[in-house]
Write a protein that binds this ligand. Structure first.
Ligand SMILES: [Zn+2]
Ligand SMILES: [Zn+2]
Length: 349
């Protein structure tokens, strides 16, 4: 029987997000193997990311002992801005001991510190340099400052690949009868006909720029959301948001005969989930020729505000209400999956 390094109470084997860990019901601490931390909280908690960086200080203390192999745990203080946390690592099995609130605290500190280029945590690549600037100048699309992933985003790539393949078919058909047949027409849905077009319209696009915009936003925001939620939950989020946006557009659209196509509502749901899960991540944003770094929360608040104004004023060939519905559904869907301290996850209520 393993016992708690902090309070010697017997540890309980528990499973969260398919990760097995040893949890102490008395003090709320948890012991995770080397893969457990990144699996539960993402790459930010991986000691390979922070242990050698300037935000981590070796405290030179070895007070606690590893519940698995009995080795003394090495204590670090990880600090940035006005937040700090003490983390204990096992040098032998490379596991990590997290007191009750420490997993989330460590993740938030490392995520925040990595957005500041002076800490040296974020890897310098094309995004921060001239190539990134020129790309943004032309596209006016956002770029992430630093948000690494742990797994290959297979579901995101599959959604993009599928939309691309469907687009080629639409193109070959000259955006004719095939597009018409699978597009979402509010008049049909309102009279209970062709309900399946709520789903099929998510894979259709009206032109190459429409497809490129949706694919780009899905890739930028979707890879991290999928990495954190796992492929199955991520796909459920995507389709639930797409359906919710489609339904809201159907019930509010002025002219019920105008067909609706596009993945935008599903993508909007993924963007809202990103806001719930990664509120501290910063992006590079363009204003004309000027590039600046801003919290993703500000970018997404501006984005949803712009859609609300669009919905009020109307006009354009944009399904504003589909974006709004998808965004709201995505936020609601993701909220129960937000990052929480492990003692809250396992508390008996
Ligand atoms: Zn304990
Ligand atoms: Zn150990």
């Amino acid at each position: 029987m393993k016992s708690c390094p902090r309070c010697t109470y017997p540890l309980e084997e528990v499973t969260h997000k398919e990760v097995e860990l040893d949890h102490c019901r008395r003090c709320g601490g948890s012991y995770l193997g080397p893969e457990g931390g990144p699996e539960l909280f993402g790459p930010f908690v991986d000691p390979a990311v922070w242990a050698g960086s300037e935000i981590a200080k070796d405290l030179g203390r070895w007070q606690l002992h590893c519940p698995t192999d009995g080795s003394a745990l090495k204590a670090y203080e990880v600090a940035y801005a006005d937040e700090s946390v003490e983390i204990d690592l096992c040098p032998k099995c490379r596991g990590i001991w997290l007191d009750s609130e420490e997993g989330k605290a460590l993740r938030d500190i490392v995520m925040n510190a990595g957005q500041d280029e002076t800490t040296g945590l974020s890897v310098k690549d094309v995004r921060s340099g001239l190539i990134g600037y020129i790309f943004q100048l032309i596209s006016q699309f956002p770029l992430e400052v630093w948000n690494p992933i742990h797994h290959r985003p297979r579901a995101t790539l599959a959604l993009i690949g599928l939309a691309g393949a469907v687009f080629l078919v639409q193109f070959a058909d000259d955006f004719g009868s095939l597009t018409e047949q699978f597009a979402l027409v509010p008049a049909d849905i309102r009279s209970g006909r062709s309900l399946w077009t709520l789903l099929t319209s998510m894979f259709l696009h009206a032109g190459i720029l429409h497809l490129a915009g949706n694919a780009y936003y899905l890739y930028v925001f979707g890879d991290n959301v999928e990495d954190y939620l796992g492929g199955r939950v991520y796909l459920a989020l995507y389709f639930a948001s797409g359906l919710a946006g489609g339904v809201l557009q159907v019930v509010t659209q002025g002219d019920p005969l105008i067909p609706i196509v596009g993945a935008s509502a599903g993508v909007a749901g993924v963007m809202a989930a990103y806001l719930v899960i990664f509120p501290r991540v910063k992006i590079y944003q363009m204003f004309r020729i000027f590039r600046f770094r801003v919290r993703v929360a500000w970018f997404l608040i501006f984005w949803i505000g712009w859609n609300i104004i669009g919905a009020i004023i109307g006009g354009g060939e944009v399904a504003w209400m589909a974006h709004i519905g998808g965004f709201l559904a995505g936020a609601l869907f993701a909220y129960p999956f937000r990052v929480r301290p492990l003692n809250q996850v396992f508390s008996r209520t």
